[in-house]
Design a protein around this ligand. Structure first.
Ligand code: B1M
Length: 213
């Protein structure tokens, strides 16, 4: 039963079934499937299948867009559960997808998981101008997190770091990056403080950079 519901959620995202994803997600939670499992085994696995279909040209942008909307319907149900840490925020993290890039699913997942781990996350959204990240650092964010899924938008990350240096803000903030277009090597190359391959790694990274156990 639980497996059927998880399989149904995954299939629903792949097929872009809109309207019923919220109910299906609530039904899975009611039968005891943990929210984190729905996220990782249902939603994230589904989007990787969508990605493969896009690469093989079985899916095109409209299909991918509908799958992304179906994923958001389910995430809306999971968000309050995954975000509820019930403790004082450990630190403020500003998260956004860089300018020119509209991919927001991965960045949203990382934000939800960081919030659940006790951080206050300020989400700047997607297609965020470099200046906005700098403003967030000037406003006291302890960590600036940038996501990029398009290789063409990767230079924006280096730009943010350069602007932080120019404004004298770089020493007061940790910069982390992630998303399918970047790697650990790229993070080192541009002088970021770290790279997270997924949401769990991002949490470990932020904690270690801030010296939190
Ligand atoms: Co686009 N797209 N897309 N797309 N899309 C990719 C990224 C692509 C790899 C597909 C492909 O061709 N194989 C390709 C990029 C190629 C490249 O640059 N080398 C691509 C392209 C080309 C495009 C368009 C140009 C297509 C077009 O119009 N012809 C266009 C660009 C639009 C724009 O941004 N300006 C476009 C559009 C779209 C949609 C709008 C249709 C949709 C996005 C919807 C949305 O986000 N609201 C979409 C999608 C869904 C994808 C794929 C299929 C899936 C991305 C996704 O959501 N993955 C993607 C193919 C792929 O990635 N295999 C593809 C699921 C998500 C959970 O994973 O985002 O990697 P991810 O996040 C992970 C980790 O990376 C990490 O944690 C997350 C959770 O595990 N992580 C971080 C992410 N950010 C982090 C930040 C951190 C730490 C960890 O710290 C700060």
């Amino acid at each position: 039963m639980e497996d059927d519901l998880l399989t149904g959620i995954k299939a629903g995202v792949v097929a872009g079934r809109l309207g019923g994803m919220g109910d299906m997600t609530r039904a899975a939670l009611d039968t005891g499937v943990p929210a984190a499992d729905i996220m990782s085994l249902g939603l994230i696995e589904a989007m990787s299948i969508v990605g493969e279909k896009f690469e093989k040209k079985e899916y095109f942008v409209p299909e991918v867009l509908v799958s992304a909307r179906a994923m958001h319907e389910s995430m809306d149900v999971l968000r309050p559960l995954l975000e509820a840490s019930g403790v004082e925020p450990l630190a403020r993290v500003t998260m956004g997808t860089v300018k020119g890039d509209l991919h927001d699913i991965g960045k949203d997942i990382v934000s939800i998981v960081l919030t659940g781990a006790g951080f206050e996350v300020q989400s700047l959204g997607a297609d965020v101008p470099s200046e906005k990240f700098v403003e967030a650092a000037a406003g006291g964010a302890g960590v600036v997190g940038m996501s990029s899924l398009l290789t063409t938008t990767r230079p924006r990350m280096a730009e943010v770091i350069r602007l932080l240096e120019e404004r004298g803000l770089r020493d007061g903030v940790k910069v982390i990056i992630g998303g399918a277009a970047v790697t650990e090597g790229f993070a080192n190359e541009i002088g970021a403080d770290g790279y997270g391959a997924d949401a769990a790694q991002a949490v470990r990274l932020v904690k270690s950079l801030l010296g939190i156990q």
